[in-house]
Design a protein around this ligand. Sequence first.
Ligand code: ATP
Ligand code: MN
Ligand code: MN
Length: 452
Amino acid sequence: ELHAAKEESKLVSKYECQRSTPLHHQNENLTDALSAVEEEAEILDRKEDYSRALAFCKAACSLKCLTKPVSSIQDIKGLPNIGDHSRDIIKEILENGFSREVERIKNDHSLQKKKMFMSIYGVGPSTARKWVDVLQLATIEDVINCPSINPRKEARLAYGIAFHEDLKQQVGRTTAMRIRDIVHNELKTLDGEVTVEVTGGFRRGKQFGHDVDLLISHPVEGRETGLLQKLIHRLNSKGLILHGVMEESTFSEEMLSKSSKLTPKGQLDHFEKWIGIMKFPKNLETTPQDSVRDRKETIKDEFKEEGKKRIKLDHSLTVTDHNHIGSGLQEQINKSFQKSSTSYSPSPASLPSSSDLSELVKLAQSEREWRASRVDLIIAPASQYAYALVGWTGSKMFNRSLRLYAQRELDMKLTSHGLFDMKQRKPIQASSEQEVFEILKLQYRDPEERNC
Ligand code: ATP
Ligand code: MN
Ligand code: MN
């Protein structure tokens, strides 16, 4: 029983997509440690390929699929993708209960500041390094007051800084479902057959996420075109949009045979999409219990008072109908916006001037009835939907492994748009996720099993 993981280790497949990787598992102390060193590598390495970070991530993935706790380094003999560095960290934790390297990372103030800055929407490793190492900034206030930071040209960053307080609190599952309902309700007025699916981490069973990823489609090919523009227009006219950037579709048939661009955030696709920040009405935060539960992970001592205030507000506007919010929803939204004198609805014309940081900070600090939430809206035509669903469900690591597997084992090119058989020089259609796995000769994995 003590070395049960040993037998399992030998059976673990080479590719992550060949395994079942649950969200919660038996070796979280080890994978948390590996995540910490992965994060440090991601923040500090100047390599474009993030190869060191990737190595730690792959080692953690192997541990995540074990159903038994590892009790000695012998237990992971034969476990794939455990590099020397990862093995040393695992060994030290198994022997001493902690890793000196992870302790060093936790106490590295400069790194922790960079990490905090990277939690700002629009800030990547190089900006975070510059702010800490060159500009010597330590807090969000420092950033706001720093004369050499003027994100006027980069609206996204200005909103990210000003609304950091909102955006750093993860979105809870209930809120994610409400945002889906709000979006779906607007879409239904445009076309009753449109479908909206919550993808990303929530679809994989996570209770919290840094954003809400909504995949929008229509059963009739072609009828999805033009929807996104109209949707954003409608949401904006209801005061539900804070900021966003629309990306037109750049897809063409020849892309099916090409690899998509690899970035640290994953592989970019060519769908029409809107990446932005929505204003989520606080009175839709269902019950006080929901808002506490949704946020329990991120409410720290300094925000507890804030939290209490918020809960009181939620209480007075408790929504009793939990699952079917249909017509009541609009009323709730009206309550938050139309009747409020402090509400702010940016008209498209007022947007450029409001990327002025100080103005945005004022808005963020004002009394308001909404919370800023990161939302991604993606439009996929019916013919590409199954592949888009796999791609936008993730995880990033799962996708990476699927694509590598398809290329190396089957000589096929997999993207969020489709699968292309390189030998026969033709695309292969799929109408469900199950079919995608079948074509790839892989055992089907539920989204909950794709948490590598
Ligand atoms: P979190 O809970 O932190 O939001 P997540 O798994 O939902 O985690 P996201 O960054 O929201 O992560 O991405 C969701 C999925 O969509 C990822 O698995 C990724 O593969 C895919 N994805 C994200 N951005 C893009 C993009 N620009 N192009 C193509 N695919 C993307
Ligand atoms: Mn997400
Ligand atoms: Mn996303």
